[in-house]
Design a protein around this ligand. Structure first.
Ligand code: BGC
Length: 251
């Protein structure tokens, strides 16, 4: 029997989630498994959890490669900057660490980049031949720049300095919660953020992901931008689906 499911795993601050992905349908081939992120979330402790998830789905994924997301810059398998994860990741050749632990090829990718790829291949940006900029509003702000369906990785636009602030410290969804802001109070921060990004990148489409995108009708219609801005279609499945796609289509 031909095996089309490729495992995607999304490493987050509170949970590590994995599911086999049917890359023809662009959706999960089985229910996802979520295991709480170990604390401290060191590379070894996280690799143990990742191995448990791979074992859980072993029957469905054959000997296929695994795609893994991490909320950090990744260049050539090395984690380079870790704003919201354990600092011990920085400088770790994490792709090799996972590959050795799992005994299979691994593609390691920034979380927002994986979500952007998923939206471009299967979601709301499918078929867009221009410049798509996906931002995720969560603990931090992640970004994925896609041109003609091709990812330009590690854009890190959550760390633009705007009005003297690291942008994600003003406009991430976690800040809205921490400062107890209503959506009416949050909108001006998003307006400022997106208008700066728009002037720098002139995208054809903004896609907004992250948990807050389920409330998109409470803030997106109030943003005044020249660029269309739409919620992500794949919601919290995007990271896993994008990671699996990248594992099956390594650059
Ligand atoms: C990190 C990015 C990540 C984003 C969303 C930022 O703080 O620097 O790498 O994509 O948070 O998790």
């Amino acid at each position: 029997m031909q095996n089309t499911a490729v495992l995607g795993i999304d490493i987050g601050g509170s949970g590590i989630k994995g599911a086999p992905v049917d890359l023809i349908a662009g959706d999960f081939a089985a229910d996802r498994l979520r295991i709480p992120t170990p604390q401290p979330s060191t590379p070894q402790a996280v690799a143990d959890v990742v191995a448990r998830i791979v074992d859980h789905f072993a029957d469905l994924i054959g000997d296929s490669p695994v795609g893994i997301t991490i909320p950090a810059v990744v260049t050539h398998g090395v984690v380079r900057l870790a704003a919201n994860i354990d600092p011990s990741w920085v400088g770790t050749q994490a792709a090799d660490l996972f590959a050795q632990r799992l005994g299979r090829p691994v593609v390691l990718v920034n979380d927002a980049d994986a979500a952007g790829v998923a939206e471009a291949k299967f979601g709301v940006a499918k078929g867009n031949d221009g410049i798509v900029l996906l931002t995720t509003l969560g603990t931090g702000i992640g970004s994925a720049l896609i041109h003609h369906g091709v990812l330009v990785p590690n854009t890190e636009l959550g760390h633009l300095e705007i009005d003297g602030y690291d942008a994600e410290k003003r406009a991430a969804a976690s800040i809205r919660t921490a400062e107890n802001l209503s959506y009416a109070e949050y909108v001006p921060r998003l307006q400022r953020y997106y208008e700066v990004v728009e002037k720098l990148f002139w995208p054809d489409l903004f896609v907004v992901g992250g948990g807050v995108s389920k409330d998109a009708d409470k803030f997106l219609p109030y943003l005044k931008l020249q660029t269309p801005i739409v919620p992500a279609a794949l919601r919290n499945r995007a990271g896993i689906i994008g990671a699996a796609w990248l594992a099956a289509n390594p650059s």
